[in-house]
Ligand binder design. Structure first.
Ligand SMILES: [Zn+2]
Length: 139
């Protein structure tokens, strides 16, 4: 929806190209409503759940691949790789999830407000990931 208005070819009769692009002229951002929190460093993206989780608010299972409108924010750097945080609201209750990229640990993710289902490597097994098959963590 955002792109529809961003790529509009209509130029108003009073438009002056010397003062910048169309978005600047109209006082809008190219991402439109997805950039409504841009002053806070937040853009809104479509986030797809990368694994099965349990919501800590309502204890419901949320399957891998469920999509949310998430607030994406840069929260730090790991060497030259940015660390992003995604915040989204559970579609079944008022709980919010926070998922953060973790480039230091093989692109794994740190999470808040949810419990991950037991299909990720535990710390001990992760060390041997390169040499061994992935085994579900049971604790
Ligand atoms: Zn929930």
């Amino acid at each position: 929806m955002g792109e529809r208005k961003g790529t509009n070819k209509y130029y108003p009769p009073d438009y002056d190209p010397s003062k910048g692009g169309l978005n600047k002229w109209q006082g809008t951002h190219a991402l439109r409503e997805r950039a409504r929190k841009i002053h806070l460093g937040v853009i809104i993206i479509r986030f797809e759940m990368p694994y099965n989780i349990w919501c800590e608010g309502c204890n419901n299972h949320i399957g891998m691949g469920v999509r949310y409108n998430a607030e994406k924010k840069k929260v730090g750097m790991y060497y030259t790789t940015p660390i992003y945080e995604f915040k989204m609201k559970c579609h079944l209750c008022e709980n919010h999830f926070i998922i953060k990229t973790d480039p230091a640990v093989l692109e794994d993710k740190k999470i808040g407000g949810i419990q991950q289902k037991m299909n990720r490597l535990c710390q001990k097994q992760r060390k041997f990931k390169k040499n061994f098959m992935m085994i579900p963590c049971l604790n």
